[in-house]
Write a protein that binds this ligand. Structure first.
Ligand code: SF4
Length: 385
């Protein structure tokens, strides 16, 4: 028996005492209320894996069309292992964290090489696959293979913390492990994947982060946070790191209906993706069109251009909150294409959509194409996650 399960069985927690009726209440509710999601229609370890990686960085509604496109283009590990990186990045474009998309390919190649293309059935083997961590491994085992394994999903952590009125921060490793022990003790031997999914669904639909709908909760009679009037104070999180504010500019450079794009060097953040030229500013530097034009001249070695501001995007990454000012300029003669580390090309407008871009630059491209078709004017500020 798994260690988690043994420890879970020994725990003296409230729901464990009524585990059978808790499971019954929860799964009955799930049977009646589960959302019809594409990865639930035809369950497989591969579909679970892909959907869980997508859901780590975006909401169900956003992930759905991405998942459907992905499964059509790359329906199994063999297709994923063979796919060119450009195709994978294109399918992932807009989801962010592009290293995850590249890791999926590496993982598929590992699975072909070591497991004949079949996604492993043990935690140990799954954790050896590049890019698969304990969370994805738990989801694949439990939901994909229907094995008895806990899932450290954010929804599950929150629901169990409330059910047991756990006041310690759920993002602390010891609390997380304690909650996983409880979950492991609760997961039944028959249809464990369905039970875990039900717990996740309860967190997504009823026991939501800010305003849990306790009045319609199928397991409210088992909930200590509700009994103690603590639902608004649980879960606790560790204090957040303050984000450093930074500023940058992106320039849409146009020449004879072509647009200038750089390819980011592989090995750097968002490596391999294309973008419009970006200029970084020191925190104390003023950010005006004239200043950006001077910097662009230094950067590309072209005569100073007249830049027109299009919009301002907010994006967050690691410890930074960045404001990205977006300018557009027509170049009389374009800078040269080149093939160095920062490969750069002039792309005809009708081929612009073929290039995989980061979320912010994909948004810029859409603004340009929509504006040129007379479809929409960009908002003054926009937020990129
Ligand atoms: S009663 Fe409220 S806090 Fe407790 S599990 Fe249900 S929704 Fe969450």
């Amino acid at each position: 028996m798994h260690n988690h399960v043994l420890r879970g069985l020994m725990l003296q927690c409230a729901i464990m005492k009524n585990a059978a009726s808790f499971r019954r209440d929860l799964t009955l509710w799930f049977t009646r209320n589960a959302r019809d999601l594409p990865w639930r229609r035809k369950r497989s370890p591969y579909a679970t894996w892909i959907s869980e990686v997508m859901l780590q960085q975006t909401q169900v509604k956003t992930a759905t069309p991405f998942f459907e496109r992905w499964m059509k283009a790359l329906p199994d590990t063999h297709a994923l292992a063979r796919a060119p990186e450009q195709k994978i990045l294109h399918l992932w474009q807009g989801l962010g964290y592009y290293s995850r998309a590249r890791n999926l390919k590496r993982a598929a190649q590992h699975i072909i090489r070591h497991h004949d293309g079949r996604i492993p059935l043990t935690m140990k083997e799954l954790l050896e696959v590049p890019g698969i961590g304990p969370y994805s491994a738990g989801a694949i085992l439990s939901i994909g293979h229907n094995r008895k394994a806990p899932i450290a999903d954010g929804n599950v952590l929150r629901v169990i913390a409330r059910l047991e009125a756990i006041r310690r921060p759920i993002d602390e490793e010891t609390t997380r492990r304690h909650i996983l022990d409880i979950e492991a003790g609760l997961v039944p031997s028959s249809n464990p994947g369905r039970f875990n999914e039900a717990l996740m669904e309860l967190g997504a639909l009823i026991c939501t982060p800010k305003t849990p709908a306790c009045g319609s909760c199928p397991v409210s009679r088992h909930c200590l946070a509700r009994e103690k009037n603590l639902t608004a104070r649980i879960p606790q999180k560790k204090r957040r790191i303050l984000l450093t504010k930074v500023r940058a500019a992106a320039v849409i450079l146009e020449h004879k209906n072509r647009f200038f794009l750089h390819r980011r060097p592989v090995g750097r953040i968002m490596g391999g993706l294309w973008e419009f030229p970006e200029l970084k500013f020191a925190p104390d530097e003023g950010l005006t069109a004239a200043h950006a034009a001077r910097l662009l001249k230094r950067h590309l070695g072209r005569p100073e251009l007249r830049l027109r501001k299009i919009t301002s995007l907010k994006r967050h990454y690691t410890r930074y909150a960045e404001t990205l000012e977006v300018y557009r300029a027509k170049a009389a003669a374009g800078p040269k294409e080149h093939c160095g580390i920062w490969k750069s090309v002039w792309v005809p407008k009708n081929r612009l959509e073929e290039y995989p871009l980061s979320s912010a630059h994909a948004r810029i491209r859409r603004l340009v194409l929509d504006a040129d078709r007379g479809l929409a004017k960009p908002a003054l500020t926009d937020h990129i996650q």
